[in-house]
Ligand binder design. Structure first.
Ligand SMILES: Nc1ncnc2c1ncn2[C@@H]1O[C@H](COP(=O)(O)OP(=O)(O)O)[C@@H](O)[C@H]1O
Ligand SMILES: [Mg+2]
Length: 288
């Protein structure tokens, strides 16, 4: 007896996801302690970061922000769920150097000059020396450190060291930057300057950014979208579209504008609930 020929399944329509920088589906991360105790650091995480989009992850200390970023970077593996970076597995994306990473500590090599630190990833991946020199010059210019090319990290301020780390993360022209509180160790004024700098760099490179912070104003100033997380277990509880205009057009003045304050209020309410206008009610979240 013949069975009817199966009708051809329609071609799957390419979804917006296929072009996305990051797609996180149903991700969970459980850490198992030595004595059988376990911590659910993340559960039910669904997140899409579009190509060229700037997304901040915000939430109190311990809600799993760093864990989520480390999973995307393939520095750790989810207990369940799936992560894609430009349509590739997180592992493949790491092998392909599809992203640059910058953390709270600049992590520079003290025995290498500023230029040599920025050059390192290019050297490791076999770029020729003439090409390397040209690229390093470009990056030094981008972060405003041309005059410090021959300096060593311990001769620089914290803000300058962080600019070197950002230049290094941009060395291979990644379409995605993963940043974990990169300005967390800086004083407030330097931090605001660095934020403006990052917006400018991002406008020039068009890279997508996943940016971890616990500062509400920082998240609002930088982001297209702020993803709000809550702890125990770490999950996404809200997402706020920030509409402050294109990165290239955001200047220091923005911090005085009502749209900025509205964004700050919206994120604060998402973190603490609408009743709470009292600063600092969620532990570990910076409302300055
Ligand atoms: N390697 C690890 N082993 C055990 N527990 C961990 C590990 N990394 C993170 N955690 C736990 O997972 C939770 C989330 O941590 P983390 O992602 O660092 O939070 P955040 O960056 O938001 O402050 C915390 O409870 C933390 O103690
Ligand atoms: Mg963290």
């Amino acid at each position: 007896m013949s069975t009817p020929a199966p009708t051809a399944a329609p071609e799957p329509t390419p979804t917006a996801d296929a072009a996305a920088a990051v797609v996180v589906r149903g991700v969970e991360r459980v850490f198992h302690g030595a004595k059988g105790a376990s911590v659910t650091a993340l559960t039910g995480i669904e997140l899409t970061v579009h190509d060229g989009e700037f997304v901040s992850l915000i939430g109190p200390s311990g809600c799993g922000k760093s864990t989520l970023l480390r999973l995307i970077a393939d520095l750790d593996e989810p207990s369940a769920g799936d992560i894609r970076v430009f349509g590739r597995t997180a592992r493949q994306a790491r092998i392909d150097q599809a992203y640059g990473i910058a953390f709270q500590q600049a992590g520079l090599l003290p025995w290498r000059s500023v230029a040599a630190n920025i050059e390192l990833p290019l050297q490791l991946h076999g770029m020729g020396s003439a090409e390397r020199r040209a690229r390093v010059a470009e990056l030094l210019d981008l972060v405003g450190l041309t005059d410090f090319a021959r300096s060593y990290p311990d001769q620089l301020s914290g803000g300058m060291q962080q600019r070197v780390a950002i230049a290094r993360s941009l060395a291979e022209q990644p379409r995605l930057l993963l940043m974990d509180e990169p300005f967390g160790a800086l004083d407030e004024m330097t931090r605001e300057r660095m934020q403006t700098e990052l917006l400018r760099i991002r406008a020039e490179t068009g890279a997508a950014v996943v940016f971890v912070t616990h500062s509400i104003p920082e998240a609002v100033y930088l982001s297209d979208r702020v993803v709000v997380m809550s702890p125990r277990p770490g999950r996404i509880t809200d997402e706020i579209d920030v509409r402050l205009g294109r990165a290239a057009e955001r200047g220091e003045d923005l911090r005085e504008e009502s749209a900025f304050f509205e964004g700050v209020t919206a994120v604060r309410e998402a973190l603490h609930g609408p009743q709470s206008s009292t600063p600092g009610t969620a532990r570990g979240v910076d409302v300055r």
